[in-house]
Design a protein around this ligand. Structure first.
Ligand code: FMN
Length: 318
């Protein structure tokens, strides 16, 4: 498989990243991806109960991952959340070498992370954001299309059009995210000029991911039309269709105010869905690519199958 600047930058064998995933990007998943030659990423709140301390949870997840792999792994920081300064402190103290940042302005935290010798990749959804991230000194951008599970950009740009435009606009390496789950998607991303991929949804449906079994089964059962985007006015988010999202969409159609929508959404609905497996009452972040995911496998096999199928896909194009 082609080695890219992302392999050199992150010290990994294959340019395949497991994206940060709120509540469910746990140490065991990250370690399995890293052990297979990709880059695993931990989310600070992985597995956490609401009464637990976020900093202690992140520290414990990092230490568990260290006990399971000698390979590099990273931490995902959503930079708008309360406590971000303290989270960065934990990441630095624990000697983490790679951080992916999402949401918010990369100019605020990148200098502190870089001073600590950390490689920073920032998630972007437009050319303007990518240029801003490059100016802020990040090492690479992750260009995430509207197909992706979880929070999406307001401009609704799909991966196929976003990635080549970001590639042309910046000189740092670009990682493609959104709608990639196998070797065909991987090769397509490289053809667009990306030097690596980040996948979320594919890694949820793995043995090592701490997501509830019902959520994993829901991804396997989903077809091409299994996801929807809600919250286009507040925070566009893609998830598995269920009663919860139907109600959010209905409130939106009725012209509910931001306060009314937030009152219905409540606190941490994605925890209720993704960790507790309440399939109709909770929120289940999921990408539109779920339709091609037909079985729950080990996270290492996700990486290995892309590596193995890569040449066959490339050859089929000749
Ligand atoms: C369940 C779930 C939770 C996610 N949570 C986060 C998050 O906390 N931070 C983040 O930067 N991205 C998050 N993402 C986005 C992923 O890191 C990744 O970029 C995205 O899933 C790629 O698109 P795909 O779902 O088509 O693979 C989440 C995605 C999923 C599916």
């Amino acid at each position: 498989m082609k080695r890219t600047r992302i392999c050199e930058l992150l010290g990994i064998e294959y340019p395949i990243i497991q994206g940060g995933m709120t509540w469910i990007a746990n140490a065991e998943l990250a370690a399995a991806v890293s052990n297979a030659g990709g880059l695993g990423i931990i989310s600070p709140n992985a597995v956490m109960r609401l009464e637990d301390d976020l900093m202690a949870n992140l520290r414990s997840q990092i230490r568990t991952a260290k006990s399971l792999t000698d390979k590099p792994f990273g931490v995902n920081l959503v930079v708008q959340i309360p406590g971000i300064e303290e989270l960065i402190g934990v990441v630095i103290e624990e000697g983490i070498k790679v951080v992916t940042t999402a949401a918010g302005n990369p100019a605020i935290y990148t200098p502190r992370l870089k001073e600590a010798g950390i490689t920073v990749l920032h998630l972007v959804a437009s050319v303007r954001q990518a240029r801003g991230a490059e100016r802020s000194g990040v090492d690479a951008v992750i260009a995430e299309g509207f197909e992706a599970g979880g929070h999406n950009g307001f401009d609704e740009l799909p991966t196929l059009v976003l990635v080549p435009q970001v590639v042309d606009a910046v000189s740092i390496p670009v990682v493609a995210a959104g709608g990639i789950a196998n070797a065909r998607g991987f090769v397509a991303a490289l053809a667009l000029g990306a030097e690596g991929v980040q996948m979320g949804t594919r890694f949820v449906a793995t043995h090592e991911c701490v997501a509830h079994q019902s959520f994993k089964d829901g991804i396997v059962a989903a077809t091409d039309t299994g996801t929807m985007v809600t919250g286009r006015r507040l925070a566009p988010t893609r998830g598995l269709k269920n009663e919860f999202l139907a109600k959010v969409a209905e409130l939106d159609r009725q012209g509910a105010t931001a306060e009314e929508l937030l009152a219905f959404i409540g606190f941490a609905p994605s925890r209720i869905g993704q960790l507790e497996g309440k399939m109709e009452e909770g929120e289940l972040y999921c990408g539109a690519i779920a339709g091609v995911i037909n079985e729950i496998v080990s996270a290492g096999d996700v990486v290995r199958s892309i590596v193995e199928d890569y040449s066959r896909v490339v050859t089929s194009l000749k």
